[in-house]
Design a binder for this molecule. Structure first.
Ligand code: SPV
Ligand code: MG
Length: 667
C-alpha cells in the first residue's frame, strides 16, 4: 500500500496563511501542520511509502518531510501547478502508482478512524457522509445499490457528501490512471480527476465508506479551518466504550478494538459470565481469562465488567462520548439493545459508531469449535452444574425430538434490555410417550428413550435433564445412570413412586403408590455411588403433595433424600394455587440453603419465574408446552383438509414449502 498526497495546489482562499507556503503547511490548533498530522497518522498505520505531488512550494514541503526518517518519500513536481488541476499531478505520478493506493488531498483533515476504515475495505472505496446530503461545497457521490456510481461537484438530488480520501486497489488505480492519461494526453488537464473516474466507474467496484460524525473534511477557507480546529481539539479527551460478549477472541474483535481505540480513550466492557450464560451458553472462556487477554490488546486503556446485556448501567455511569459496536446488531435479536443504546446516548449527545462487523472464515470455524466444545459429552454433562453456579434460577423447556430440541436451543427474545432464552431441556416422560402415541406409564422403555435423547443430543448443545420416571428397578437404574452420563445428559430426576406409575397430574384420581422414603433414599444413594463422573446430577422428585400426604411428609422426605446424596429436590403439585409450593420452598430453604430446588408450574402457571427465583427455587421447568401447542395446531389443519377436501384453507397455518425445506440447514 502506498499513499499519494496531492499538494501541488496554491490554496488561494486561506488569506495570509498561505502567503508564503502551501495549504498543507497551515498550522492547526496544536501547532502541527495539516501535512504533519496526515503523515503521523499514515506512519501509525504502517503506510511508509508516500508519493507527494508538489508545485510552487516544493522546497518547503520537502523540508517538512525530511523530519520523517521512517517514511520513504517520492516527490513529483508539477511544473504546471499554476495552470493545471490535480488530474495532471496524478498523471505525472503514474509510474509510482504500481500498488494499492491511498489517495488523499493535501488539505484534508481527518481522524485516524478514517484511514483504518479505508485500509480495511477489501474493495476500492471513498469516504462519504450520508448525513450530509447535497452540501453546497465538497464533492458529492451518487450511491446506487451500495456502490458509488458518480462523484462530482454539481448538486444532484439524493447525492451525499464525499471527501477526497480514496483507497484504490491496484487494478482499479490502473483503470483510473489509463483514463486520466487519456484526458491529459489530449490536453484536458483542467478537469477534476473524478471526471475521468466517472467514465470508468462501471468497471470499478467503488464502495462508499460512511463516516457520519467522524472528522474528515477539506480545508478550503478560514471558516473551515476554525471548524476543523474545534473538532480536532475535542478528539484527545474522547471517551470510547466497547462491549465484548463473545466467548472467544478472534480477529474480528481485534479489528473492532482497533477501530474503537482509533476514536479515543478506550474502555472495554467484558460481559460477566452470568450475563453470557443468560443469553448465550455457559462461558467457555471465563471472565478473568478474557479480561487478561483483552486488557493486553493494544489500544485498550482499561477493562470493566458489564453485568447485563443492557448498556444502561454502564452508559449512565461512564457517559462515554462514543459507543462502538459492529453493525451486525442493526438486525436480529440485539436490535432492541441497540435502540436502547441510541436513546441513552441521545440524552447527552453521545454517539454510536458502527463499523462493519467482520465475520471471516475463522469466525465460522471458531463458532463451530464452540459448538463442538459444548457438545462433547463431558462438557455438556457438566454444563448444568456450571449454569446453576452462575444463575440463581434457570429456565427449562421440554423437548421430545430433534425439532423441538432445536426450538429450545435457538429461540431467543429481546425484552426489557435483556435477551431471554431457555437454559436447558427437559425430556419429559409425558411428552416423549405422547409423541410416540403411548400412555405415560413407563411403557416407553429406556432403549426407546435413549433414541429420543440421542436425536436431541445430536442437534443441540444445551444441558439435558431427563425425566426418569421412578428410575425403574434398582439394578436397571444403576445401569441407566452410567449410560446417561456417558451420553452427556446432565441430570436425571426420579420420582418417589412405585408400582404402575401414572402421570402425576392425575393426582389421586388414579391409584398411585409412593415409595417408602428410606427405600427411595437408598435408590438415590446407590445411584450416586454408581455414577462415574462428578458432574452428573440425580435429583429426587417428591410426590407427597400430589398424593395428598401433606407438607411434613414432603419435608421429611426432602431431608432424607438430600442426606442420601440427592443433587437437587423437585417438589411437584397439581394445584392451581401455588401456596403449598411456596410453603415447601420456604420451609425447605429454612433447613437447606444450598440444594437446588426444582418446580414445574404447569397448573400454577400464573406465577412468574422471578417470583420463584425470589422465593428460592433454582430450576423452573415448562414440562409439556411444545407438544401441547403442536397437537391442536396439527389437529385443526387435519380437520380443515377433511372439511374442504383440499389444503388451500390451511396455507396460512402452515410453514411455506420454501420455509420447511430450508428450516434445517444441510450442515
Ligand atoms: C412429565 O413431564 O412427564 C412429568 C411432569 O413428569 S408432569 O407431567 O407434571 O408429571
Ligand atoms: Mg413424567
Amino acid at each position: 500500500m502506498k499513499a499519494l498526497i496531492l499538494n501541488s495546489g496554491k490554496g488561494t482562499r486561506m488569506g495570509n496563511l498561505t502567503k508564503d507556503g502551501p495549504k498543507c503547511l497551515v498550522k492547526l490548533y496544536d501547532n502541527t501542520t495539516i501535512l504533519e498530522r496526515q503523515l503521523s497518522i499514515l506512519e501509525k498505520y504502517g503506510i511508509s511509502d508516500i508519493i507527494l505531488t508538489t508545485g510552487q512550494y516544493d522546497k518547503e514541503i520537502r523540508e517538512v518531510c525530511s523530519n520523517y526518517s521512517s517514511l520513504k518519500f517520492t516527490f513529483v513536481f508539477n511544473e504546471l501547478y499554476d495552470t493545471t488541476n490535480y488530474i495532471y499531478s496524478i498523471y505525472k505520478s503514474k509510474d509510482c502508482l504500481d500498488d494499492d493506493i491511498l489517495l488523499l488531498h493535501g488539505d484534508l483533515i481527518f481522524e485516524e478512524y478514517v484511514i483504518l476504515r479505508l485500509l480495511n475495505s477489501e474493495n476500492s472505496c471513498v469516504a462519504v457522509n450520508s448525513h450530509q446530503t447535497n452540501p453546497n461545497k465538497d464533492f458529492k457521490a451518487d450511491v446506487c445499490d451500495g456502490r458509488v456510481s458518480k462523484i462530482s461537484v454539481e448538486p444532484r438530488y439524493g447525492s451525499v457528501s464525499s471527501q477526497p480520501a480514496y483507497k484504490l486497489n491496484k487494478t482499479d488505480m490502473g483503470t483510473w490512471l489509463d483514463k486520466i492519461s487519456e484526458y491529459c494526453e489530449s490536453g484536458n488537464t483542467s478537469s477534476y480527476a473524478e471526471e475521468a473516474l466517472n467514465d470508468v466507474l462501471d468497471s470499478i467496484e467503488m464502495m462508499p465508506i460512511n463516516l457520519e460524525n467522524i472528522v474528515c473534511m477539506e480545508i478550503d477557507n478560514l471558516e473551515d479551518l476554525s471548524m476543523a480546529n474545534g473538532m480536532l481539539m475535542k478528539l484527545p479527551g474522547r471517551k470510547v466504550y466497547l462491549s465484548i460478549s463473545s466467548d472467544v477472541i478472534h480477529d474480528g474483535h481485534i479489528n473492532i478494538i482497533q477501530y474503537a481505540a482509533s476514536l479515543g480513550e478506550l474502555t472495554v466492557g467484558i460481559m460477566s459470565d452470568e450475563a453470557i450464560a443468560t443469553y448465550k451458553h455457559y462461558p467457555i472462556l471465563p471472565f478473568e481469562k478474557k479480561r487478561k487477554i483483552i486488557s493486553n490488546i493494544k489500544g485498550v486503556s482499561r477493562t470493566i465488567m458489564q453485568e447485563k446485556l443492557s448498556y444502561e448501567e454502564v452508559i449512565t455511569k461512564l457517559k462515554p462520548d462514543i459507543v462502538v459496536h459492529g453493525d451486525e446488531w442493526r438486525h436480529g435479536v440485539l436490535s432492541p439493545i441497540r435502540i436502547e443504546v441510541i436513546e441513552l446516548l441521545d440524552k447527552y449527545g453521545g454517539l454510536l459508531i458502527e463499523p462493519p462487523y467482520t465475520k471471516g472464515q475463522e469466525h465460522g470455524i471458531l463458532e463451530n469449535k464452540i459448538k463442538e466444545e459444548l457438545s462433547i459429552p463431558e462438557n455438556r454433562r457438566a454444563s448444568l452444574k456450571k449454569l446453576l453456579k452462575l444463575k440463581k434460577c434457570i429456565r427449562v423447556m421440554e423437548a421430545h425430538n430433534g425439532l423441538t430440541g432445536l426450538i429450545v436451543e435457538k429461540t431467543k427474545v429481546a425484552h426489557n434490555g435483556e435477551i431471554r432464552q431457555f437454559d436447558a431441556m427437559w425430556i419429559s416422560s409425558l411428552c416423549d410417550s405422547t409423541a410416540k402415541g403411548k400412555p405415560d406409564i413407563e411403557l416407553v422403555d429406556m432403549t426407546s428413550r435413549m433414541d429420543t435423547i440421542n436425536e436431541i443430543l445430536e442437534v443441540t448443545t444445551k444441558p439435558i435433564i431427563l425425566d426418569g420416571d421412578t428410575g425403574g428397578i434398582l439394578e436397571h437404574f444403576l445401569f441407566n445412570v452410567k449410560t446417561l452420563e456417558r451420553s452427556g445428559v446432565s441430570a436425571i430426576i426420579i420420582e418417589d413412586k412405585i408400582g404402575l406409575k401414572k402421570n402425576s397430574l392425575f393426582g389421586t384420581e388414579v391409584p398411585q403408590m409412593q415409595d417408602d422414603p428410606d427405600n427411595f433414599a437408598m435408590k438415590i444413594s446407590a445411584g450416586k455411588k454408581a455414577q462415574l463422573s462428578k458432574d452428573f446430577m440425580i435429583i429426587a422428585r417428591i410426590e407427597s403433595l400430589i398424593l395428598e400426604k401433606g407438607m411434613d411428609d414432603a419435608l421429611m422426605r426432602a431431608k432424607k433424600y438430600v442426606t442420601a446424596g440427592a443433587d437437587g429436590i423437585m417438589i411437584h403439585s397439581k394445584k392451581k394455587d401455588p401456596a403449598e409450593i411456596f410453603e415447601f420452598i420456604e420451609r425447605f430453604r429454612g433447613l437447606d440453603s444450598i440444594t437446588p430446588l426444582v418446580v414445574v408450574p404447569t397448573s400454577y402457571n400464573h406465577v412468574k419465574e422471578d417470583e420463584f427465583k425470589e422465593r428460592g427455587a433454582n430450576i423452573v421447568i415448562y414440562a409439556n408446552h411444545l407438544i401441547r401447542a403442536a397437537f391442536p395446531a396439527m389437529q385443526s389443519v387435519a380437520e380443515s383438509i377433511l372439511k374442504n377436501q383440499r389444503s388451500l384453507e390451511v396455507d396460512e397455518d402452515c410453514l411455506s414449502i420454501k420455509e420447511i425445506i430450508t428450516l434445517i440447514p444441510d450442515e
